[in-house]
Design a protein around this ligand. Structure first.
Ligand SMILES: Nc1ncnc2c1ncn2[C@@H]1O[C@H](COP(=O)(O)OP(=O)(O)OP(=O)(O)O)[C@@H](O)[C@H]1O
Length: 801
């Protein structure tokens, strides 16, 4: 009899952390980051090997850990794992999967036990893994996502000779049949119509595979489709039925509230319905309320003929009737919302008294129109945006019952400072784009060792009541005295900016996250900040930086690669180099750790990848730095989890898209300490693979000299030489740590009583003795065995000399 334990995905890492701690097993932090099954297996191995009296046997299977003793299973269950018994005698994993309890407990995304797929897997097994419709209760959005993911799976498997062409064709056929109900359906609730844009995006990506290939569907002619016309007609009718006299008015300032007509139903505002992307997001609401898609699309038809004041005011009361059934998910202000840029979660409160996030009704209409795919139509709308602005003014003045404050807010755009300062991510993106294209700002080269490294979700945070901090400083001054930018909303022209069409299908929360957490706003890095690695620096300048700066000269064969790989021991400056490339080429720097994609965004990782590349395309030139890229692009194996595989596939598709689209100026810089784990297909795409070795003596000297030049220090030249000699085998990060440690020497020599009273000038300078004692505690972090591995890999796949 054996026992299994299973962790829900999101607690996996923390459970293991606790397990490790309770057993006093020290695990490399790297492995704890990994949420993938591979990471899990390694952890288990570590636990088994290092713990005393710990699990005596373990078999890793999907997300189940099979233990051979009940005590361990109970013990693990104490940490939140689900546990049970399983008889492995009669067929191992099969038996485990057959166990109903086991199958239910370790459910991954979609509630299905994830099983690994080997490369030699049989077709039926393949289908079982990839072609089961996971749930009848899937929303159209989930089905659409599944549809896309599965197309990618087939392509990927085919491209990697996992399956034959015949097999791939059969699968495509089979899959199309299976999903025909939702693919062909005109029903807005069950069909994929709302996701046409996503499919088109995919189609555009695939277009890169053959320049001649062209989809007959475009964002423009999709409106000419009969089914779409019918939808819009139906929506028109629906809209006319909504044209009831206003029976409520809305308070547009957060602070101000006003009464509404008694009897107004409780109003919940669905974020998606009023967000910028009508076609992509409205289905979230559709599943729960009347056909908003129709009603909203009808607004598009009406926009040119009906004065917008009528539309906006009329929509509210009518909408409230059906919106009350929608989930209260908050509300995002539209980027097209005029001068008063604000977004807030708004929930509706009692019938007689409710608030809506600033500028609610006046923005959503505009945003819907912006979502249409027809550029001509959109142009008409943009040109009328001033009218739309004046509409809001006239609305304010034509409603005697609206409060003065509210009128001011609506009409003049002089809302409270907080309101003015607020920008949604899309707005911010637009501002950034404007800055980039009109001003072409270059980051001033500022010397800095070790800018702040950001990782997804781990960047700055603000509590639930924290004040919103815009991703870039505002022009009207910032606390840090950072760069000065134009304040958003100051110019009248900005009120009608077009949101980049490519962002239409990206979830706002993802854009927000990318802007806040992944887009790097840290201090710039100069080439001189990176000690040593001269060959890598020269190569990068030649093949990446110059071409990015002068795309007109570096054309054709001279064009820059779209992906490079920096590999080598930890702490040798790979991240610094990535950042430096971005700074020196005037590119936007996106920095993400691959492990956060696989662990933090389980189930959404591939969307995140797509969103990241889309935002990067809007922010060109851009450098996407992916740390620990091995965990994203690791070789496929039995332990690979389905979600990791999907993320990897999406990444490769995106990378291919970037590669074949000559206009795109996006560089993917992957960094890894485990180059040997990178998948062949991925390795091929990262054409320049540069070894970033441990710093040589001259580089180590440079690091010490540079760091010490900023401190009160009395090192003589020959002492520096000794330090350099003694630090053979140290990485750049080790050297930095050594200097830090030495800099504490003078403080340690103080009596604790002095600390309170002593002035900075009285602290003695850092001396050689401090370094001497620092050497006792700081040791090289890279083993010679590891170095050998890097050297070998460099010989085989590296692009160095
Ligand atoms: N060549 C170098 N020159 C100057 N400083 C360096 C160099 N290499 C490393 N450092 C120092 O070490 C810190 C860590 O470097 P960085 O994060 O770039 O290393 P990395 O190779 O990306 O590490 P990892 O593989 O662990 O992500 C830097 O912030 C810097 O202080």
């Amino acid at each position: 009899m054996q026992f299994w334990v299973a962790w829900p995905i999101f607690t996996e890492a923390s459970c293991f952390w606790k397990l490790a701690q309770s057993r006093q097993v020290r695990l490399p932090s790297r492995e704890l980051q990994g949420g993938s099954t591979i990471g899990l297996a390694e952890l288990v191995r570590e636990l088994v090997q290092r713990s005393q009296g710990g699990p005596s046997t373990s078999v890793q299977s999907g997300r189940c850990l099979v233990l051979s003793n009940e005590r361990d299973a109970d013990w693990a269950a104490g940490f939140g794992a689900r546990s049970g018994r399983v008889n492995l005698a009669a067929g191992g994993r099969k038996e485990l999967r057959g166990d109903p309890e086991a199958a239910a407990a370790p459910a991954g995304v979609g509630g299905i036990m994830q099983t690994p797929v080997s490369s030699a897997v049989h077709l039926s097994e393949w289908q079982k893994n990839y072609f089961a419709i996971t749930s009848d209760t899937c929303t159209p959005g989930q089905k659409a996502d599944g549809y896309r993911a599965q197309i990618l799976h087939i392509q990927y498997a085919w491209a990697n000779s996992e399956i034959s062409q015949v097999c791939a064709t059969n699968l495509f056929k089979k899959y199309a049949e299976k999903y025909s109900a939702i693919i062909d359906s005109d029903n807005a609730e069950t069909g994929l119509n709302n996701y046409a844009e996503n499919i088109l995006t995919l189609a555009r990506c695939q277009q890169n595979d053959s320049d001649k290939w062209q989809s007959s569907l475009t964002t423009s002619n999709v409106f000419e489709l009969k089914s779409v016309q019918e939808l819009m007609q139906a929506g028109k009718k629906f809209q006319s039925s909504l044209m009831a006299p206003a029976d409520a008015f809305v308070v547009v300032d957060k602070e101000v509230s006003a009464s509404v007509t008694p009897g107004l139903p409780k109003l919940n505002v669905c974020s998606s319905a009023v967000d910028t992307d009508l076609w992509a997001s409205s289905s979230k609401c559709i599943s729960q309320g009347p056909d908003i898609l129709e009603s909203l699309s009808s607004l598009k038809c009406l926009q040119s003929s009906v004065p917008s004041v009528t539309k906006t005011t009329d929509i509210l009361p009518a909408s409230s009737a059906f919106l009350n059934e929608l989930p209260n998910t908050g509300f995002y202000a539209s980027p097209l919302s005029g001068n008063n840029k604000a977004a807030s979660s708004s929930s509706v409160k009692p019938p007689s008294h409710f608030e809506i996030g600033q500028n609610l009704s006046f923005s959503n209409h505009s945003s819907l129109l912006a979502g249409s795919g027809n550029p001509g139509k959109r142009k008409t709308f943009y040109s009328s945006s001033d009218e739309s602005n004046s509409t809001t003014s006239s609305l304010a003045s034509s409603k005697p019952s609206i409060s003065t404050e509210a009128k001011n807010f609506v009409g003049s755009g002089n809302g409270s400072e907080e309101s003015n300062g607020f920008k949604t991510a899309k707005e911010q993106l637009w501002v950034d784009q404007q800055k980039k294209y009109h001003n072409q700002p270059q980051r001033a080269p500022v010397s800095s060792y070790g800018g702040i490294k950001k990782s997804l979700g781990a960047g700055r945070s603000r509590g639930p009541f924290g004040k919103f901090v815009p991703p870039v400083p505002r022009q009207d001054g910032n606390e840090n005295g950072g760069p000065q930018y134009k304040p958003y909303g100051a110019g009248s022209t900005e009120s009608s900016f077009p949101v980049d069409e490519r962002l239409k299908n990206i979830e706002p929360k993802m854009i927000e996250l990318i802007m806040h957490e992944i887009m790097d706003h840290g201090p710039p890095v100069n080439w001189d900040d990176i000690a040593g690695v001269d060959f890598a620096k020269a190569t990068i300048k030649e093949i990446v930086v110059w071409p990015m700066l002068r795309p007109d000269i570096f054309t054709g064969l001279r064009g820059p690669p779209k992906g490079i790989l920096l590999f080598g021991p930890p702490g040798t400056g790979k991240t610094l180099i990535g950042k430096c490339i971005a700074c020196q080429s005037g590119a936007t720097f996106f920095s993400i750790s691959a492990s956060s994609l696989t662990s933090k965004w389980v189930g959404e990782g591939e969307k995140m990848v797509r969103a990241l590349f889309t935002v990067a395309r809007c922010q060109q030139p851009a450098v996407i730095f992916i740390d620990e890229i091995d965990s994203l692009l690791s070789q496929r194996g039995d332990g690979e989890h389905e979600s990791s595989r999907r993320i990897k596939t999406e990444f490769l598709v995106q990378l291919d898209g970037a590669t074949t689209s000559s206009e795109d100026r996006i560089l993917v810089v992957g960094a890894t300490n485990r180059p040997q784990e990178i998948d062949e297909a991925a390795r091929r795409r990262l054409v320049k693979r540069l070894y970033i070795p441990l710093p040589e003596a001259s580089a180590r000297k440079q690091i010490v000299t540079r760091l010490m030049s900023k401190e009160h220090c009395c090192l003589r030249e020959e002492e520096v030489e000794i330090i350099v000699k003694k630090s053979d085998g140290f990485s750049g990060a080790d050297m930095t740590q050594l200097c830090r440690e030495a800099s504490l020497g003078p403080i340690r020599s103080l009596q604790s009583i002095d600390i309170a009273t002593i002035t900075p000038e009285q602290v003695r300078p850092i001396s050689f003795l401090d370094f001497d004692s620092a050497f006792k505690t700081v040791r090289p972090s890279v083993s010679s065995k590891d170095l050998e591995l890097y050297e070998n890999w460099n010989q085989t796949f590296g692009c160095g000399r």
